[in-house]
Design a binder for this molecule. Structure first.
Ligand SMILES: *[C@@H]1O[C@H](CO)[C@@H](O)[C@H](O)[C@H]1NC(C)=O
Ligand SMILES: *[C@@H]1O[C@H](CO)[C@@H](O)[C@H](O)[C@H]1NC(C)=O
Ligand SMILES: *[C@@H]1O[C@H](CO)[C@@H](O)[C@H](O)[C@H]1NC(C)=O
Ligand SMILES: *[C@@H]1O[C@H](CO)[C@@H](O)[C@H](O)[C@H]1NC(C)=O
Ligand SMILES: *[C@@H]1O[C@H](CO)[C@@H](O)[C@H](O)[C@H]1NC(C)=O
Ligand SMILES: *[C@@H]1O[C@H](CO)[C@@H](O)[C@H](O)[C@H]1NC(C)=O
Ligand SMILES: *[C@@H]1O[C@H](CO)[C@@H](O)[C@H](O)[C@H]1NC(C)=O
Ligand SMILES: *[C@@H]1O[C@H](CO)[C@@H](O)[C@H](O)[C@H]1NC(C)=O
Ligand SMILES: *[C@@H]1O[C@H](CO)[C@@H](O)[C@H](O)[C@H]1NC(C)=O
Length: 497
């Protein structure tokens, strides 16, 4: 596993360029986005996964960060260009390869027929036997099966597969290589190469797209993993085994010829940590993905319950979980926050997740909680472990408003959470002590973000801590407590009648 300790929670940020007006309603603490144009047009500057690139590709060290940045325009909520539910390449006839390259986030190719892998040449063959002599006998497609197509710095680290369609006839048929392993279910090829131990990327780039692409096979599917990492299979094996009945294949490490009659190369992805049910064949939603996690973690949680019984908590009290951080973006008065929350009537659990924390443990804590609080960062991905209907309060440090809403706020609402984006005031930021009070760093973070990713990262992400104004924060907690109590009341009333 790549050592990602100091980068684990570091998160890429896409900078907005003044198109969206983010409107914060102080009264109910909800963030809503006003669109100043009917069609969203984001100009995004990227340097995501910078830390991992540095680790994976040492030569990148010598590049200034700006060379990673790509400016592109992004039209529409979703990159799937079709309005119809039926994606391109939905019906592929036998003996053909169809590639859908219409999405800005990922390419996907579908092959049907006599499919044989050749890992030593990074290729997958499709043998056809059209008896037409004037047919082009060899066609090929190249694809990197990873979901950050728009991010060259990441894609540069991903292995490329060549898909070769080869016409064979009676005289050339013996050139086909022999099958070592015959599979009677389809294959889904994808890469775990871009991952770095960052839980946001693991779910956003990997697991959710894997679910989107493979769930329709009802576990009758084999995963063929490029850049296979043992740590990934260890960490996500319980989820993977809810999606496939078969052992995943390590493509690079297994030089046997695997034969299939259908293969999907690459993963479909819809949006940040989301599933657009209108694009799913059987209307699956992010809640269905949540159910997969629940089933995946259930067995391990039974074991954990034996090992570490949870402290007895008052079952009458709503439970609040604080996902805490050390160092940058830590809450410096967290102990007072805990005391205040307990006074309001919550039972409070504080978690310090890091890349080595077993996910079922975090799932267990969040699955039994009513409210989750955390400061913007990759660990907010754990909102996916919350039960729909519960409350998620994201503390939004200066300069992270757009990212907090895009990556976690909006997706959390899609899961059915009650979401509160708590945007801190300059006085609640450690930067208030460091900068002149009229400095744009405090007064106009958007303009600082517009200067480039390096500024966002250096100023707002890497060295900003939060000292909550507890009086201001309190009303959100009180409201959340009322909401949870009312909900509990309701379900009790329903249970009694
Ligand atoms: C889901 O996809 C459809 C079809 O592309 C699109 O019209 C719709 O806006 C998408 N919904 C969301 C919430 O992104
Ligand atoms: C698809 O084509 C392969 C060889 O090209 C052939 O062996 C197989 O029977 C075909 N399958 C179907 C369903 O037609
Ligand atoms: C598979 O790849 C190896 C290495 O490039 C090559 O020698 C071999 O001919 C390939 N097999 C086929 C059937 O193309
Ligand atoms: C078979 O294919 C090879 C090349 O792919 C071609 O040269 C040859 O003429 C073909 N033979 C027949 C009988 O079509
Ligand atoms: C496959 O790998 C094994 C062990 O790494 C090696 O012994 C064998 O010769 C390889 N086979 C081919 C066809 O390259
Ligand atoms: C999916 O939703 C559509 C429209 O709401 C409905 O017509 C269809 O029957 C649903 N499909 C499934 C498998 O539930
Ligand atoms: C999560 O909580 C629900 C009840 O609220 C329970 O039915 C479910 O089994 C729990 N999931 C796990 C994995 O423990
Ligand atoms: C963060 O600090 C707390 C309190 O000092 C400690 O218990 C925890 O292990 C630390 N967590 C990490 C991930 O360093
Ligand atoms: C819950 O219900 C009880 C009576 O059933 C009521 O007295 C109480 O005010 C309710 N609490 C909330 C938060 O709705």
């Amino acid at each position: 596993m790549v050592d990602h300790h100091s980068h684990g929670h570091r998160h890429h940020v896409q900078l907005k360029k003044g198109v969206n007006m983010i409107h914060v309603d102080e009264e109910n603490g909800c963030v809503s986005i006003r669109r100043s144009r009917p069609k969203l047009l984001f100009f995004l500057t990227f340097c995501s996964l910078l830390s991992c690139c540095l680790l994976l590709v040492p030569s990148f060290f010598s590049f200034p960060t700006s060379t990673f940045s790509l400016i592109y325009s992004y039209e529409g909520e979703d990159e799937t260009l079709l309005n119809s539910k039926v994606p391109l390449c939905a019906s592929v006839s036998n003996g053909t390869i169809c590639c859908d390259r219409s999405s800005i986030r990922s390419d996907i190719c579908i092959m049907k027929g006599d499919i044989r892998t050749n890992s030593s040449s990074f290729s997958v063959f499709l043998y056809t036997d059209h008896v037409s002599s004037d047919l082009v006998t060899r066609k090929q497609e190249k694809i990197k099966p990873y979901t950050r197509k728009w991010e060259p710095s990441t894609m540069a680290t991903i292995d490329e597969l060549t898909l070769i369609s080869e016409n064979t006839n009676a005289s050339t048929i013996e050139n086909r290589h022999n099958c070592d392993v015959n599979h009677n279910v389809p294959a889904v090829f994808f890469s775990t190469g871009g991952f770095t131990g960052n839980v946001y990327h693991e779910f956003n780039d990997g697991l959710i797209p894997l679910y989107i692409t493979s769930q329709k096979y009802n576990k009758k599917v084999v995963f063929v993993i490029l850049e296979y990492h043992d740590w990934w299979v260890m960490k996500y094996g319980d989820v993977v085994s809810r999606l496939s009945d078969y052992e995943p294949i390590d493509f690079n490490g297994d030089n046997r010829t695997h034969c299939f009659s259908e293969a999907i190369v690459g993963l479909r992805i819809h949006d940040e940590l989301a599933i657009n049910s209108t694009l799913m064949e059987d209307n699956k939603t992010i809640e269905d993905f949540h159910d997969v996690l629940d089933k995946a973690y259930w067995p391990r949680i039974q074991g954990i319950k034996q090992e570490e019984p949870m402290e007895a908590v008052d079952p009458e009290k709503p439970k609040l979980v604080i996902i805490s951080r050390n160092g940058s973006r830590a809450v410096t008065n967290q102990e007072l926050l805990v005391k205040m929350a307990e006074k309001i009537g919550f039972s409070v659990e504080v978690l310090w997740p890091d890349k080595t924390t077993e996910l079922p443990k975090i799932y267990r804590s969040l699955n039994s909680s009513d409210v989750m609080i955390g400061v913007h960062g990759a660990a907010m991905t754990h909102f996916l472990f919350m039960k729909p209907g519960s409350v998620f309060i994201q503390v939004v440090p200066l300069g992270t408003t757009w990212a907090a809403e895009t990556y976690y706020g909006a997706p959390a609402k899609k899961l059915g959470l009650r979401y509160i984006g708590y945007e801190i005031l300059p006085q609640e930021s450690s930067l208030y002590e460091e900068y002149d009070h009229n400095d744009v760093v405090l007064t106009d973070p958007d303009s600082v973000n517009d200067r480039g990713w390096e500024f966002t990262k250096k100023i707002y992400l890497d060295r900003q801590r939060v000292k909550l104004n507890l009086a201001r924060f309190r009303k959100h907690l009180v409201r959340s407590h009322l909401y949870v109590m009312a909900k509990k009341n309701q379900s009790q009333t329903r249970a009694q009648t």
